[in-house]
Design a protein around this ligand. Sequence first.
Ligand SMILES: CC(C)(COP(=O)(O)OP(=O)(O)OC[C@H]1O[C@@H](n2cnc3c(N)ncnc32)[C@H](O)[C@@H]1OP(=O)(O)O)[C@@H](O)C(=O)NCCC(=O)NCCS
Length: 232
Amino acid sequence: MTGLSVPTSSWPFPETGLPVAMAEAAFEHRISAPADFAAAGIPMPPELAEAVPMRRAAHLAGRVCAREALRACGAPGSLVGRDRSGAPVWPAGYRGAITHAAKVAAAAAIRADACRGLGLDFEISMTGEAAAEISDLVLRPADLRGIASLTGLSFEEGATLVFSLKESLYKAIAPLLGTFAGFEDAELAGIADGRARLRLVRRLSDDLQPGTEVDCVYALSGGLVRTLAVLA
Ligand SMILES: CC(C)(COP(=O)(O)OP(=O)(O)OC[C@H]1O[C@@H](n2cnc3c(N)ncnc32)[C@H](O)[C@@H]1OP(=O)(O)O)[C@@H](O)C(=O)NCCC(=O)NCCS
């Protein structure tokens, strides 16, 4: 389809030892018409009918990536639904996550028996001004220490990285949440060489007690921060 690259398997992260499949695609806003959805075999959610073209295109590209990631982990032809809150609904027996940033979309999927939750997030690296603005809301003291320990990263790259790690964490734990989780509810427990651990600092549900740690991997390239979180 013009305006959407063929979704390709990609793995920019260190190995996790888990059978996660990930697919990535570049897209343009022009793939936003009902005919584009029909051509790709992806239903357009009625609530996105009035959304701006770029939002519809991002949704379509994300769903095409999700179908490819599901195919790669053994569920060919499966589609991902959408619940009333906007969260993706994965086919029985699989988990996954979808993200889009600028003109890149991606999805990761895994068999449901391999972990309790999977999160994926891509972010364009923030400007210094934006990083300073979100710092108080998103970064705890342990996060600031983690960022300072990373050599070769600017503060804004580090802030974007922690922001993205927490967005991936949110997607991984969302199905188990008993309440809303904010950025202050998790902090870095370790970060180095493409791997990080986030620790919950308060009880979020029976399954998500304070001290629960979530393993993450990350990669930075070309101004794009990519993160993936796995709740074991
Ligand atoms: C929902 C949320 C995670 C989306 O992240 P984002 O960086 O804004 O956007 P992304 O492009 O990366 O992801 C968008 C996709 O997330 C998925 N998504 C939406 N709600 C979701 C949820 N509750 N759980 C999991 N995935 C969700 C959707 O697939 C969506 O794409 P689609 O609407 O086209 O299907 C974010 O907006 C949010 O509400 N975060 C909550 C606060 C938080 O992160 N707290 C940190 C906890 S430690």
